[in-house]
Write a protein that binds this ligand. Structure first.
Ligand SMILES: Cc1cc2nc3c(=O)[nH]c(=O)nc-3n(C[C@H](O)[C@H](O)[C@H](O)COP(=O)(O)O)c2cc1C
Length: 323
């Protein structure tokens, strides 16, 4: 059996380089991460703030594939070549973003119905790139018909892999993933295919990997924040870590410290951390009230006090259940 290849999904606002580094140090389990998208700037300009996340010195702990969101070939070429010149072999093109302000401008998943635009983009871009290109896409904007029209075209281009999240843009992150459509896509494509969507548990992974043995790699997003031990359990077939809560607490502390060093002002740090609690909280039962208390706090000292109290109470609870 070939080894399992596992990728961290890009999540704008969550999986930045500080998160990726802390994750690699505290949990591991991923082979690489696709970074959250960078939008291109008009007029072939590169915005330094956007590329900071991808500077090699910020990415020593985990292998990374940068991702670009763009519909403009010329701007894409300039930014992608800048990234290859930083040392990246592959750049990923985002054809999946579902948010209306992106999709309504025919970018992200909003470009999927426009086969002609995608063809013109790839014709123009691919001969100019200094490295390889991969694509992350959904099934379509409104329905699956987009991907079935696109795959025969995409097959004719030299891509390193395609990552498929089997939902439509209109579904955003809700509703069921369409596994029958994914199966048909897998059969149609000659490129290495990466599966992404709703791998929440080891059992989910087992079910999917048994059904889709042609999948080249697997990608996990939200569920690696909710259960950061999941990637490691999948790749090593290991059991649940006994010191789970303590390690999550240490991860939280490391992230808090890292963000405190780069953000101006504690309120930015806390906003960032509070965003993460939306997913962290999924790992714990009946925690709505105490998480609400954490996310309502305005002072950093109080925030940390409540977070530590939360983890300690959870650790005690687990101890008493296991006794
Ligand atoms: C808050 C958030 C931000 C995201 N940002 C990106 C992004 O920058 N680029 C991208 O290709 N996908 C992005 N995604 C989609 C994820 O990469 C992934 O496809 C999706 O969450 C489904 O996988 P999951 O069920 O494992 O979470 C984002 C998703 C969420 C929820």
């Amino acid at each position: 059996m070939s080894p399992i290849r596992l990728y961290m999904a890009p999540m704008k606002g969550f999986t930045d380089h500080l998160f990726r580094s802390a994750f690699a140090e505290h949990f591991g389990g991923f082979d690489l991460a696709v970074a959250p998208f960078i939008p291109t700037k008009q007029g072939y300009r590169i915005k330094k703030k956007y590329v900071k996340d991808l500077l090699p010195e910020n990415n020593t702990r985990m292998q990374v594939i940068p991702q670009i969101l763009s519909k403009t070939a010329g701007d894409f070429i300039v930014l992608a070549n800048y990234l290859y010149d930083l040392g990246y072999n592959t750049v990923n093109w985002n054809l999946g973003c579902p948010y209306p302000m992106v999709a309504n401008k025919q970018r992200g998943s909003g470009m999927l119905p426009h086969t002609d635009l995608i063809q013109a983009f790839l014709d123009r871009v691919l001969p100019e790139l200094h490295g390889t290109l991969s694509i992350k896409m959904r099934l379509g904007w409104k329905d699956n018909s987009d991907i079935f029209r696109l795959l025969p075209l995409i097959d004719t281009y030299p891509l390193s892999e395609i990552i498929i999240h089997p939902r439509t843009g209109l579904q955003r992150y809700e509703g069921v993933v369409d596994l029958d459509a994914f199966e048909a896509c897998l059969a149609m494509s000659h490129h290495p295919v990466v599966y992404n969507g709703d791998i929440r548990t080891v059992d989910d992974f087992k079910r999917l990997s048994q059904r889709f043995d042609g999948v080249y790699a697997w990608m996990i997003g939200r569920w690696c924040i909710a259960d950061p031990f999941l990637p490691g359990r999948i790749t090593t077939s290991g059991n649940e870590a006994p010191d789970k809560i303590l390690r999550m607490q240490q991860f939280h502390e490391a992230l808090f410290t890292a963000y405190s060093q780069v953000f101006k002002g504690p309120s930015h740090v806390m906003d960032k951390m509070k965003g993460l609690w939306r997913y962290f909280s999924l790992a714990f039962k009946d925690c709505k009230k105490s998480v609400k208390k954490i996310t309502k706090t305005r002072q950093p000292d109080k925030y940390l006090e409540r977070v530590n109290m939360f983890f300690e109470t959870e650790a005690q609870l687990r101890k008493s259940i296991n006794q």
